[in-house]
Design a protein around this ligand. Structure first.
Ligand code: CP
Length: 313
């Protein structure tokens, strides 16, 4: 595998999930794969889970890890072609990506959506800039449009807890005071489209995700109806896609409660705002899989890095 940029890079989700679960049982089995090799983790935005789990995954595979926070440590990068760089951008992606490629064997990038310019966000300037100009494989650690490492960890978690041939899985929008990107929801939807499940998205009107991503996925605006007989409820806020990046509602009626969850398992990518997105009783109870999802981030990343390392010359 050359790059891991989106869910589309997964050739067989059941095979990937099975292999990740095997890795989880014996995470140090492939330590020789990364010997004398280095991964650079480049962060244009904050992180807890992605940063630590990807480092842990790399260490499990014997890789050396170099981390850089571009937001406050690197030169401000220019991504547009042909720009007269007489403003605040000091270095072009063309040089930066080639230079970084000389220091590592794999580069992983986190660069969120601006939520101010849909066209630029959908062009994935940072991720695609590195993919175009780096000479080493690129891993997406959450870009404007997708978070495929999170969705792979979610698929592992679902497989570990599912007891049915065709479970009911609900992606339920939640209120949040800040405008959040669509990346986690997008990749979760794309991952669920590869599963045999009764999958439904529930959200207030105006919060429809990109129709090119949701395609013919069921959408139900009545949250109570959507949650009926659910086995798994994935709760997540995202800002409006049509009214791009806007917070249209903070209606607390959409917060997930223990009563609404009923017997279903609760999922969330974290970080989560308690008693805004979900009430304490769920996070502190035994129906929450959020901590296990975070643990599975290591094995999702480890599987991806293992596949890339195996395909290096
Ligand atoms: N879920 C997730 O990506 O967490 P971080 O933003 O902390 O990395």
């Amino acid at each position: 595998m050359k790059h891991y940029l989106s869910i589309k890079d997964i050739d067989s989700l059941p095979d990937w999930v099975a292999e990740a679960r095997t890795l989880k049982e014996n995470p140090l089995l492939f330590q020789e794969l990364g010997t004398n090799k280095t991964i650079c983790l480049l962060f244009f935005n904050n992180s807890l889970r992605t940063r630590l789990s990807t480092q842990k995954a790399a260490i499990n595979l014997g890789l050396e890890v170099v981390v850089m926070n571009f937001g406050n440590e690197g030169w401000a990068l220019e991504f547009e072609d042909g720009t007269v760089m007489n403003q605040n951008k000091s270095e072009h992606i063309k040089e930066a990506a080639q230079v970084i490629s000389q220091y590592c064997d794999i580069v992983a990038i986190r660069a969120f959506a601006s939520l101010t310019d849909k066209t630029k966000d959908e062009a994935e300037l940072v991720l695609n800039g590195f993919t175009k100009y780096a000479t080493v494989p690129v891993v997406n650690m959450e870009s404007s449009v997708g978070h495929p490492l999170q969705a792979l960890a979610d698929a592992i978690t679902l497989a570990e807890h599912n007891t049915k041939a065709r479970p009911k899985v609900v992606l339920s929008w939640a209120p949040h005071p800040k405008a959040l990107p669509h990346a986690v929801a997008n990749s979760f939807v794309e991952m669920m489209q590869l599963q045999d499940a009764d999958f439904v998205i529930t959200q207030p009107k105006g919060y429809e995700l990109d129709p090119d991503i949701t395609k013919n996925t069921k959408i139900e605006h009545d949250q109570q109806k959507a949650l009926q007989d659910a086995d798994f409820v994935y709760v997540k806020n995202w800002s409006s896609y049509n009214d791009y990046g806007k917070v249209l509602s903070q209606d607390p009626v959409w917060m997930m409660t223990k009563e609404k969850l009923d017997k279903a398992k609760f999922m969330h990518c974290l970080p989560v705002r308690r008693n805004v997105v979900v009430e304490d009783a769920i996070l502190d109870g035994n129906q929450s899989l959020a901590i296990e999802q975070a643990n599975n981030r290591t094995y999702a990343a480890q599987l991806v890095l293992k596949k890339i390392l195996k395909s290096l010359p």
